[in-house]
Design a protein around this ligand. Sequence first.
Ligand code: SF4
Ligand code: SF4
Length: 56
Amino acid sequence: MAYAISEECIMCGACAAECPVSAISEGDTQYTIDADTCIECGACAGVCPVGAPAQA
Ligand code: SF4
Ligand code: SF4
């Protein structure tokens, strides 16, 4: 399953900078992951300070 970002996101941008396939974009209230682009590498979960990205 692709990763998804929960509402815990504080919009720091760290995950988007780490994603190797640019699947993460900035939304109005949180960052979001394009599930069709995500290759499930887990890099976003590794850098997030609040643990917002997780496999759905
Ligand atoms: Fe990008 Fe990897 Fe996170 Fe998927 S799991 S959004 S490919 S950093
Ligand atoms: Fe949000 Fe975590 Fe990504 Fe920062 S690293 S933008 S808190 S999901």
